[in-house]
Ligand binder design. Sequence first.
Ligand code: ADP
Ligand code: MG
Length: 338
Amino acid sequence: MIELKQLTKEYGKGDRVTTALSNLNLSIEKGEIFGVIGHSGAGKSTLIRCINLLERPTSGEVWVDGVNLTSLNTQQLQKERRRIGMIFQHFNLLSSATVYDNIAFPLRIAHTSKETIAAKVNELLALVGLDEHSDKYPAQLSGGQKQRVGIARALASDPEVLLCDEATSALDPQTTDSILKLLLDINKRFNLTIVLITHEMHVIQSICDRVAVIHAGGIVEYGPVTEVFLKPKHVVTREFIRGEASGNELLQQAIHATHLAFSQAVKITFLGETTYGSILSRTVRETGVDFAILQGTISTIKDTPYGQLIVRFEGEQEGIIRTIDKLVQQGLDVEVMA
Ligand SMILES: Nc1ncnc2c1ncn2[C@@H]1O[C@H](COP(=O)(O)OP(=O)(O)O)[C@@H](O)[C@H]1O
Ligand SMILES: [Mg+2]
């Protein structure tokens, strides 16, 4: 659906050049929710603004649904842009226009008839749950309601792609969750491709299918959220995942504190159905190995449950090795900790 090829974006000239993106390649599938996470200044906004050419790349190509946007003239580009909606951190609503008029705005620009506009705006008001608020002005709305107006406006021209630039970063956690739920609902209902950028792992974990981690203008890691989140490879990715084991001093002590002749700390990852199973207890009963629980979490990534358990196995070395083998054979991921 979206292909970024060798995308480079430089701001400024001569010796004052900032390279915001550097030879970046990315491929986003139709109907997926794709997240891009990175620290401030990593190039996230530049990346997302290059997708609809709000920002022109210095070099490289942007393809959306088989069309090379970078090769179009202004008029052609304007037409293609209607298929790409966008929402913003600070909503970017017209403060002197009502909710209704804010949503109607893109349709009026496209010279849509009054009747069609009324039908469309009312449908969108219902979709985002603002039927009762159509005559209000942005100043009379909460942050979450403002973003709902932003979403309705972005959907007015029936786009195939929705770009979200830190769309929940100005909202409290509860409102964030309600907006994420709405985005997920829209994604499913219209098979809308959503690209969202954020600096919060929680946002990625809640609704994204795949994620790319951006750092210093390049993508350092990318894949399904379950993979990137549970087995982060790059140091920047690890920073984004809270409770990262190796950074925790108490846990380090627990891993190494033992008076036993042989013990081994491991991190066991359960994904999907196995999360709720009793594989571990059944396995140690067979092998006769004991274990101490050092840390455990259970949560979900989008709809997929997962668990992570750090345990220290205690017993005969051979038994411990057999235990680890058996766990792996049963589909668990076992990482031996130093
Ligand atoms: N309009 C601009 N002019 C000059 N430099 C810019 C401009 N926009 C962004 N930059 C620079 O490009 C880099 C990436 O910025 P940005 O894409 O906004 O990152 P993020 O959204 O991840 O915080 C930063 O170093 C930033 O200072
Ligand atoms: Mg930004």
